[in-house]
Design a protein around this ligand. Structure first.
Ligand code: WTA
Length: 651
């Protein structure tokens, strides 16, 4: 570990009046750890409760008995908190700015009053279709305001939404609809992105052919493109909304009732349905949005994530709207019509906080600073980063060219499972270092453990796996339909802790540096991918006998997907087959899962008991084959020479 001191960036001028200062951070952090009931009991009051809670924290991390409950006897409604309660003071304030894909199309400013009207109408449409409290609704939509209406309409009725990223394939959509037992899928005709259109309805048609006739399909006519129509199943959403009443009373929900399910990749098996509940999740999304981004009235907050990922849930919709904020929804991509689009949008809407992913920063950095420099970015006060470790070059470029050295960068570390930020700078309280997520948020107690012994590494510096010692309100509660899997994934390996799956080091100042996943999950452009998922897609092809997938460093994507493929006997490896397999994986999972490199592997390095030695495959994929360690335990050590000789990454 390097002991070079890394330059600290001081708290910028203008953050002296931030919500949280260095002094209040220390004091409140200590309180949140020593007296979580006191701290969260007070913070819970930032929401409106129908029945106030009398209990705050009731959580147990013991393997076999894991149970997580917050505010468990309180009742509230998320839509009432994100919409209704703002109407008295903010009816005419913009809740959502919608910036369409086409830069020439007009942006929409949706006020809280209009948001309320649309959410109520859609809730009534859903209710008329028989959707009730506890039912599941899958949302497969582009980044359009209807996605927000759909989430909030479900919340209003107490229905559970599960958003499937619009970039996922029909098969991926079908398996999620089936796993959560959804009654209804909400989709759109086509989705414009970067000037091209994806047929979402046509994807949904293929998916719904696999799920059975009882699943209905509500279709947003967004672009007006012609789509196939099944009168027994398909329903025009806007037509029904136009006729629906604007009054739908919010359903009182217990704090621990499920708000949403979001599927995410793990190291084994199929993606799991992460369950988030009502009270704790919303408190945590709201407090982190306010403090981490130092949100104040009048700010314009822009998170560039897609609502199909947890970042979109917590920081486009729930956190900002719970705080009565103005949140920007962008339908397009950073590089179309050119690499200045993000900065155009910041300038046009006078964005004050801008939150994006390192992969986007690296892509824009590669296009040159001239795409940034011509824009007026003086409205920006703060920048954020999420999704993967941000390399210092990207951090410095972001700081210099976008933030002009004036804006703090909050590098927020968190996960689908955590609901909101766990380790992050607070802009008025914590000095930053390029590449470090810095210090824990309130109520979060990180520990570094030795991977093999599960012993806590005390003192600084420290290096090991990152675990969290106690619960926070935004924590996932279970895996949908499989509590055992929840316990085994997160609480078994390191007893008494929540295991994050990430490695980290803690430096001399106690700052955390996330080093990436220590399990078989890879992070491609900030998207989580289970290597097992890509492998099972590959072996489903009839010419593939065996496949092993690992990550390797990729200059733009963070990690790329490297697949070793053993073909069936007698099948010739050809370039055509390589593209066929790439296309196959795109179709099975989605474009984000397409392997970057496929190496034909006549054999895999296996132990005598038949287990693939992934460590070796990772090293070869990283082009670091000089240090393979002991390979004498392999059944056929000579396969390694062939793999090295034909390696694909020589960079
Ligand atoms: C990684 C996204 C370093 C990490 C919110 C984590 C990060 C996984 C950061 C979760 C960050 C996320 N620095 N790594 N600031 N943020 N990660 O569930 O490996 O899509 O475990 O949630 O992304 O990805 P997920």
């Amino acid at each position: 570990m390097s002991s070079e001191p890394i330059e600290k960036h001081p708290i910028p001028d203008g953050f002296a009046n931030a919500h949280i200062t260095p002094e209040s951070y220390r004091r409140l952090y200590d309180e949140s750890i020593s007296d979580p009931d006191g701290f969260w009991g007070r913070e819970g009051k930032r929401l409106d409760w129908i029945t106030p809670y009398t209990k705050v924290k009731n959580t147990d991390f013991t393997f076999g008995d894991v149970s997580i409950k917050w505010f468990e006897d309180g009742e509230l409604n998320v839509a009432a908190n994100c919409v209704d309660r703002h109407l008295a003071t903010r009816a005419d304030q913009t809740a959502i700015i919608f910036e369409p894909d086409d830069p020439k199309a007009e942006a929409q400013h949706i006020t809280y009053a209009q948001l309320s009207e649309n959410v109520n109408r859609l809730a009534n449409v859903l209710k008329d279709l028989g959707v009730k409290k506890g039912d599941r609704v899958v949302i497969y939509l582009p980044m359009i305001p209807e996605a927000a209406y759909a989430m909030l309409a479900c919340a209003r009725l107490g229905a559970i939404h599960s958003i499937v990223f619009a970039g996922f394939s029909p098969d991926a959509l079908a398996s999620r609809v089936i796993d959560c037992g959804a009654k209804l899928v909400i989709t759109a005709d086509t989705a414009p992105r970067g000037g091209r259109r994806t047929g979402l309805k046509s994807n949904a048609d293929i998916a719904l052919a696999q799920t059975g006739p009882e699943v209905k399909c509500l279709v947003v006519r967004h672009t007006g493109d012609d789509v196939a129509w099944n009168d027994d199943r398909d329903i025009d959403m806007k037509a029904l909304m136009a006729k629906a009443s604007t009054d739908c009373p919010p359903e009182p929900m217990n704090a621990e009732d499920t708000l949403f399910i979001l599927y995410t990749s793990g190291s084994t098996g199929k993606p799991k349905g992460v369950v988030h509940t009502t009270g704790g999740y919303l408190v945590f999304a709201a407090i982190t949005h306010q403090y981490v981004f130092d949100y104040h009235d009048g700010d314009v907050f822009w998170c560039t994530a897609d609502v199909g990922w947890v970042t979109g849930h917590s920081y486009i919709i729930y956190g900002p709207l719970a705080n009565g904020a103005t949140t920007l929804m962008f339908e397009g991509v950073p590089t179309w019509p050119d690499a200045g689009r993000f900065w155009d949008v910041c300038d046009k809407h006078k964005v004050t906080q801008f939150y994006t992913a390192p992969t986007a920063i690296r892509a824009l950095m590669g296009k040159g600073p001239e795409f940034v420099d011509g824009h007026d970015l003086s409205s920006l006060r703060l920048l954020g980063s999420v999704g993967e470790p941000i390399n210092p070059e990207a951090w410095n470029w972001y700081n210099e060219h976008v933030g002009k050295g004036r804006c703090p960068i909050v590098d927020t570390w968190w996960q689908t499972e955590t609901g909101g930020h766990l380790i992050t700078p607070l802009p008025g309280a914590i000095e930053t270092k390029a590449g470090s997520a810095t210090l824990p948020f309130f109520g979060v107690k990180p520990e570094v453990l030795e991977p093999e012994t599960a012993k806590v590494v005390a003192g600084n510096p420290a290096e090991g796996v990152l675990c969290i010692a106690d619960s926070w309100p935004g924590q996932m509660r279970t895996v949908w339909g499989d509590h055992q899997r929840f316990m085994e994934t997160y609480f078994q390996q390191y007893p008494g802790y929540y295991f994050t799956g990430d490695g980290c080091r803690r430096d001399e100042d106690g700052y955390y540096w996330i080093t990436g996943r220590v399990d078989d999950v890879i992070n491609v452009s900030g998207h989580r991918m289970g290597t097992a998922e890509v492998e099972s897609a590959l072996v489903a092809h009839d010419k593939v006998a065996e496949a092993a997938v690992v990550g390797y460093p990729h200059s733009l994507k963070g990690q790329g997907i490297y697949a070793y493929v053993t073909l069936m006997n007698g099948i010739e490896p050809t370039e055509e087959l390589r593209s066929e397999l790439e296309k196959w994986v795109r179709n099975e999972i989605g474009p984000i899962a397409k392997p970057d490199l496929i190496q034909w592997a006549p054999g895999m390095p296996k132990t005598r008991s038949g287990k693939i030695m992934r460590r070796i495959l990772r090293k070869i994929a990283e082009n670091d084959y000089g240090s393979l360690g002991d390979i004498s335990t392999l059944a056929e050590p000579e396969v390694v020479d062939d793999l090295i000789a034909n390696r694909m990454n020589r960079g």
